[in-house]
Design a protein around this ligand. Structure first.
Ligand code: FAD
Ligand code: MG
Length: 295
């Protein structure tokens, strides 16, 4: 059987796209590997109506709502390959199974590459974060560290004083110029130029090369992001350069540069969130549906 649409990725973005298509009585297949980006965090914040809930619960509720529609099929697995084009896409899963559809929705999200500092990755989502809107408030205006990964990290350092007293660890990545030092000072940011050796402890200690350590309640760092799914590249979809990594360029209806291929969520955003995943997903679902009628 050929589906109207195959959705690659069954988290917030893919579920939201699927809901519009299910309600339009279209035949939908969701292929999902079950590896959400926020699986490291115990609570999700900033999504209206669900603020502070465990991220897995939000996804599970969404999945239950979607699967109430009899025209939706769910497949656990990894989409590994794609061929064909609009009206006749064929997706091959890692186990060799093939599925075909008229349209594709790429909702596979991104994965985070973190700086290789001892003790950092283990604390990702617990006391090491990237998004102040997601995790800043809970630090209770405590002590905050910002670890530089590029000169762009100065934006991070300039923002964080709204959430607590901020130390900017430049870690040899760059040296702020006089104007930047003045801007940071105006925001009350302390600049620490010593290299960071490791991160330890529960409320974290940032251990410096000269033996000192800086104690903070939360450490912020910008990850490098990479597309999770290999399909966009195989299809030749155009990517844009975001501050954290490449993301899929899309039209007003979330269609990529390849006709019939739509994208939503983190895979198609410079900086994603659950709210934006759900929002762009809804737009992709409606976009796919209307493309099936009007072309
Ligand atoms: P994801 O949720 O990452 O889901 C992608 C899905 O696609 C996964 O299930 C994956 O297995 C599947 N997939 C990928 N490739 C394939 C393939 N080839 N075949 C089959 N399946 C595939 N945002 C907030 O709004 N609030 C927060 O509090 C918050 N906290 C966060 C904490 C941390 C530590 C991190 C890293 C992120 C946080 N975020 C938060 C951001 C949030 O996780 C993302 O914006 C959101 O998950 C994006 O949803 P998505 O559906 O696009 O992708
Ligand atoms: Mg069903």
């Amino acid at each position: 059987m050929s589906y109207d649409a195959i959705i690659i990725g069954g988290s917030y973005a893919g579920l939201s796209a699927g809901l519009q298509l299910a309600r339009a009585r279209r035949r939908v297949l969701v292929i999902d590997g079950g590896v959400r980006r926020n699986r490291f965090a115990s609570h999700s914040h900033g999504f209206l109506g669900q603020d502070g809930r465990p991220p897995a619960d939000i996804a599970a509720d969404g999945r239950a709502e979607l699967m109430d529609y009899p025209n939706v099929t769910w497949l656990v697995g990894e989409a590994a390959k794609v061929r064909g084009g609009s009206d006749a896409f064929v997706v091959t899963l890692a186990n060799g199974q093939t599925q075909s559809a008229r349209r594709l929705v790429l909702a596979g999200g991104v994965r985070d590459e973190l700086p290789a500092i001892d003790g950092l990755a283990e604390r990702w989502g617990r006391s090491v974060f990237h998004c102040p809107y997601c995790h800043g408030y809970e630090l209770d205006q405590g002590r905050i560290g910002v670890l530089a990964v590029s000169p762009m990290s100065i934006h991070h350092a300039m923002m964080l004083p709204d959430w607590g007293s901020t130390t900017f660890l430049t870690n040899g990545v760059f040296v702020p110029d006089t104007e930047q030092l003045e801007q940071l000072a105006n925001r009350g940011v302390v600049v620490e130029p010593e290299r960071v050796r490791s991160i330890s402890g529960e409320r974290v200690d940032i251990n410096l090369a000269d033996g000192r350590s800086v104690a903070v309640d939360g450490l912020f760092v910008m990850p490098r992001t990479h597309q999770n799914s290999p399909l966009a590249e195989q299809l030749g979809c155009t990517l844009a350069d975001g501050p954290m990594g490449p993301y899929l360029q899309t039209s007003e209806t979330q269609e990529t540069s390849v006709p019939g291929v739509f994208a939503c969520g983190d895979a198609a955003l410079a900086a994603g969130s659950v709210a934006l995943a759900v929002g762009t997903g809804a737009r992709a679902g409606a976009g796919v549906h209307q493309s099936l009628i009007f072309r």
